[in-house]
Design a protein around this ligand. Structure first.
Ligand SMILES: [Zn+2]
Length: 457
């Protein structure tokens, strides 16, 4: 078996080890041996030939404190890679280095820093540099390099991996295996399993008041009262949020395995919804999901995104509820409620809580490729500057990001569907997964169901 060697100027640093382990072992599927280089370039030895690229980014980062800052990417620069590969867009963005490729015999010199560019995307370096956050303390797409350069709909890291694959295979035909096929993975954050008035007297009283003020029709009030009575008798099929049987049936019709994330703590109070994970209908639902072969994950409540202790408690409580359902699950997957995220502390908090796979990885305001990839990868820990065991399975699309007025505001238009399908095609194109979020409580109108079914196919 051919063995790749990479001579690296930062041999021995955690940054260098992490980014190249992800690039070669995890994304390309071919191991690489790292060796020390005294020059400021990376040299990939491929048999008798070599591929080089400059070290521009990591040298600005290694051994500086985060508050001292590190190199910002240059906007608006692209390199034409049509001479090397025709399976990616010809214009790859050049964040660091010069947009040039030269060759000598079988060897190729890239004048842009592939390692640095991929590090920048996968580590969220941009969110560290751009400190702006919204009211929920989330980094936003509108502040990102990808937004400024119209790249949110493109998996740029996957495109770069494809470029590397093409170059290596040209020198050593067939040495890098063909890509696996990606999966379509529907996921559901269970924020509101039932309508608020189904089990809560206070909510029902509020609806009554609204009806007396003329803000709610009599017909709708009667429906809510009837729904509440039926739910209390264990009949949920008329509840507008309790769409789980339909959701699971549709997934199974298309052969998809879904993940359902449950809230099991209330660190943020009422913002974390109104169900207890131990409630009888919730425990029954947990059991049914597992019995039918779908997955359960933790939906970390509002204030857990910097707290491994709270995450740990919620994980244990969810696992206990699964035991009560008769179908124990070792909970390893999670997604943060509201997609709350601190790029420095959240991945570490998850790891310390025993979690191993996060799917919070999308900006809330514009759907697309926050990390530039649709592949799973081991995450970077900025707080301790080292690789983590916890992996990111990036979330490519949340339905409300595209549909809702407060975000992209495309509603249920053909433009909305076209944007969603562009993300789906681009995620799968390089063997990544199209992992999308559709809430059980966002299936109340026919258009929701139509969109959901199209994305599942
Ligand atoms: Zn949520």
């Amino acid at each position: 078996m051919n063995q790749l060697r990479l001579l690296s100027p930062h041999f021995g640093s955690e940054e260098c080890k992490w980014v190249h382990q992800v690039i070669f072992d995890e994304l390309l599927g071919i191991p690489v041996t790292l060796e020390k280089s005294s020059a400021c370039i990376y040299t990939l030895i491929v048999g008798e030939a070599q591929i080089t690229w400059p070290d521009v980014f990591l040298r600005s980062l290694i051994s500086v404190n985060l508050d001292e800052g590190f190199l910002h990417p240059k906007d608006g620069i692209t390199v034409d890679v049509a001479s090397v590969t025709d399976t990616t867009p010809s214009n790859l963005p050049v964040l660091f280095g010069e947009p040039r490729i030269s060759s000598q015999g079988a060897s190729v010199d890239l004048h842009f820093d592939i390692s640095g560019i991929i590090f920048y995307f996968l580590s969220e370096a941009g969110s560290i540099q751009e400190n702006a956050r919204d009211g929920h303390e989330r980094p936003l797409a509108v502040n990102s390099y990808s937004f400024r350069n119209n790249l949110l709909h493109r998996p740029v890291v996957d495109e770069y991996i494809e470029l590397l694959r093409a170059m290596i295979n040209k020198i050593w035909p067939g040495s890098v295996a063909k890509r696996n096929e990606g999966q379509i993975i529907p996921t559901c954050d269970v924020d509101f399993p039932f309508e608020a008035s189904a089990f809560r007297i206070r909510s029902l009283a509020r609806e009554l008041l609204a009806a007396t003020r003329g803000e709610l029709s009599r017909v709708e009030l009667n429906r809510k009262v009837a729904n509440s009575l039926r739910c209390r008798a264990g009949n949920y099929q008329h509840d507008r949020n309790y769409t789980f049987p339909w959701y699971i049936d549709e997934c199974e019709r298309q052969g998809r395995q879904a993940v359902f994330y449950f809230i099991s703590g209330h660190t943020g109070g009422s913002i974390d919804g109104y169900y207890a994970i131990e409630a009888t209908p919730i425990v029954a639902l947990l059991g049914e999901i597992t019995r039918r072969g779908h997955d359960i994950g933790l939906h970390g409540s509002y204030n857990t995104f910097r707290s491994s202790a709270e995450l740990n408690k919620e994980r244990a409580r969810l696992m206990q509820a699964c035991v009560s359902s008769g179908h124990p699950v070792d909970i390893r997957q999670c997604r943060q409620h509201f997609l709350r995220w601190d790029p420095i502390y959240t991945p570490r908090a998850m790891e310390e809580a025993g979690l191993r796979l996060d799917s919070t990885g999308s900006y809330p305001d514009i759907a697309g490729f926050k990390y530039g990839t649709a592949h799973k990868f081991s995450m970077w820990d900025w707080s301790r500057r080292r690789a983590l065991k916890v992996k990111q399975a990036p979330l490519i699309l949340m339905e409300s990001t595209v549909i809702a007025k407060r975000y992209q505001n495309l509603g249920y238009t053909e433009a909305a569907l076209e944007y969603m399908l562009t993300l789906k095609v681009n995620a799968l194109k390089y063997g990544g997964d199209f992992l999308f979020l559709w809430h059980n409580s966002h299936l109340t109108i026919e258009e929701d169901r139509r969109f959901f079914k199209i994305l599942l196919q």
